[in-house]
Design a protein around this ligand. Structure first.
Ligand code: 5FX
Length: 535
């Protein structure tokens, strides 16, 4: 028998920059195969816009006239899977080698299966592509996705129904967010009650994709389920109060959530007959794209927006950021914080005062001292998520507002400020920096050593980098392997030992911890001031 391999699917975003409001659209469906030594042996993708022009999407999505409603055609995802499997087949990929598969979906997006769809899934004809068999299986053809922000009214009524924003965060890990699935379902129920009542099952993009491989409705996993404003993150069960506030009979339509490493079953006979998959190939629960890449202790994506992922044992849900159940360890949690003024802000300052050159920018940064001699800055070109403030605010060492800083001071204030903000808000969500903490930096700025040094100093932890162009796919392939052995208490950390390791790029400078201890406290107080002024 040919050597086994594992597939990781990515039904999410092209670049792992996790940009909530700008750029980075879900352009492609991707797959990676790794062998037992975790070497990548095959990669493929389908570009939604170019390969499936009949759906008329831009970046795989359709932005509606109100600019707030954003959807993707559900059949586009199905057809993309048909295409990619055919591509793999024609390239000679040996499907019989696949021992297990798993995958990632963009978080929060939802799929509405019509009455009877499960039986269609269970009886797929191997002579037809999936999209032909499934074309009448959806009660809502355009799936709301994570970029949608049209449900402000539903968010308010959900928070009200459960006793306020903090109460909702305490139950589900997040206050109400427009893109979170419960609010999207509530909108569908109120605008189109008929479609809602015809719906037999509601999947997330991740569990929908798993259903396609399983040939039956796949359950939602705890981790992706935490992005719905519906799951009690400690009990790991749907919250009756949240379900009732969103739509009637919702619990039944969602099915029971499962641990993220659960083996859901063997692959559907359809894939065995049509592509030559091994009948023993296992489908491991799919999860969200962000959870799929959480394989390290702390993770900072320095993309267009900056995103911080944290591994947390005792979370403190707050009005900002999100707590999700960990996809790796059922006892742990992950926190996610997203900042809009990330790399775009750094680039803006670089262009304005460092002649557009990263070299000049870095030179200025290293020419200044840790702590910036007490000068602190807040740089929010667009309205920031955390804190909800806007504008540029500079303070000297006496906490007095100043209108300008010299070039070098400005650059250090920007970088130190961005990382101090992350540290402070991570701490608010319950994150503790331990001697074992490692920070994994990815995205554009992860190539800039001077910036990473500041990150390491502020967090007092070593910083590593990895190439993450395919991180959600790779994370999914590793999770497929982990799913097979999780029952024997092998941890994901053991599984990924063979993976190409992250590269150490910065360690904390001796003696700087004290400098930041007092500066972080000041930064927190000044942030309060900035927030008050922005209101
Ligand atoms: C996370 O909360 C998000 O909304 C995004 O990062 C999506 O998961 C992107 F797919």
């Amino acid at each position: 028998m040919a050597a086994p391999c594992y597939l990781g699917w990515d039904f999410s975003t092209q670049k792992k920059h996790l940009v909530h409001y700008v750029g980075s659209l879900p352009l492609k469906l991707k797959v990676i195969a790794v062998d037992e030594k975790l070497r990548v042996i095959h990669e493929d993708n389908v570009n939604f816009d170019k390969d499936l022009p009949e759906f008329g999407t831009q970046g795989g999505v359709s932005v509606h006239k109100d600019r707030l409603t954003v959807t993707s055609p559900v059949l586009m995802w199905v057809k993309a899977l048909d295409l990619i499997l055919e591509k793999m087949k024609s390239s000679g990929f040996n499907f019989s080698r696949v021992k297990a598969l798993s995958g990632a979906g963009q978080q929060h997006g939802s799929v509405y299966w019509k009455q009877g769809a499960n039986s269609v899934l269970q009886n797929l004809s191997p002579d037809l592509p999936l999209h032909q068999s499934l074309q009448s299986c959806f009660s809502v053809n355009n799936s709301p996705i994570w970029m949608d922000s049209s449900t402000t009214a539903e968010c308010s009524s959900l928070e009200k129904a459960v006793g306020g924003a903090q109460r909702l965060a305490d139950i589900t890990g997040s206050r109400a967010y427009e893109r979170f699935t419960g609010n999207q379902i509530a909108k569908i129920y109120s605008l189109n009650p008929e479609a809602y009542s015809q719906t037999e099952r509601i999947s997330l993009v991740s569990s929908f994709a798993a259903s396609l491989f399983l040939g039956a409705y796949a359950p939602i996993d705890y981790s992706d389920g935490s992005g719905m404003n519906l799951l009690e993150i400690y009990e790991k069960a749907w919250s009756p109060a949240c379900l009732d506030a969103c739509a009637p009979g919702l619990g039944k339509k969602l099915g029971h959530p499962v641990p993220s490493h659960e083996i859901l079953g063997s692959i559907s006979p359809y894939y065995i007959q049509r592509f030559g998959f091994n009948p023993n190939c296992k489908v491991v629960a799919f999860t969200g794209d962000n959870p799929a890449i959480l394989v390290m202790v702390a993770y900072i994506s320095l993309g267009t927006s900056d995103t911080l992922f944290l591994w947390i044992k005792q979370p403190k849900p707050a009005l900002e950021g999100h707590i999700f159940c960990s996809p790796i360890d059922t006892e742990a949690y992950m926190a996610l914080l997203c900042y809009k003024n990330g790399s775009m802000m750094r680039e803006k300052i670089r262009d304005e005062i460092a002649s557009g050159s990263w070299e000049e920018f870095s030179k200025a940064l290293v020419s200044t001292t840790v702590g910036n001699e007490g000068n602190v800055g807040f740089y929010f070109d667009v309205l920031e998520i955390i804190p909800n403030a806007e504008g540029i605010h500079r303070f000297n060492k006496h906490n007095e507002r100043v209108t300008t800083f010299p070039k070098e001071v400005e650059i250090r204030a920007l970088i130190e400020g961005q990382f101090m903000a992350k540290w402070i808000h991570a701490e608010k969500l319950g994150y503790k920096i331990l001697p074992t903490t490692r920070i994994l930096a990815t995205g554009g700025a992860s190539h800039n050593k001077a910036i990473l040094q500041v990150l390491s100093d502020v967090f007092s932890a070593p910083v590593y980098t990895i190439d993450t162009a395919n991180s959600a796919c790779l994370g999914s392939a590793y999770r497929a392997i982990h799913g097979l052995v999780a029952e024997t208490s092998v941890s994901l950390t053991d599984v990924v030992k063979l993976a190409p390791g992250p590269k150490l790029v910065a360690t904390p400078t001796a003696g700087v911890a004290q400098v930041y201890q007092s500066l972080l406290k000041r930064y927190m107080d000044l942030e309060e001031q900035v927030l008050k002024r922005s209101k």
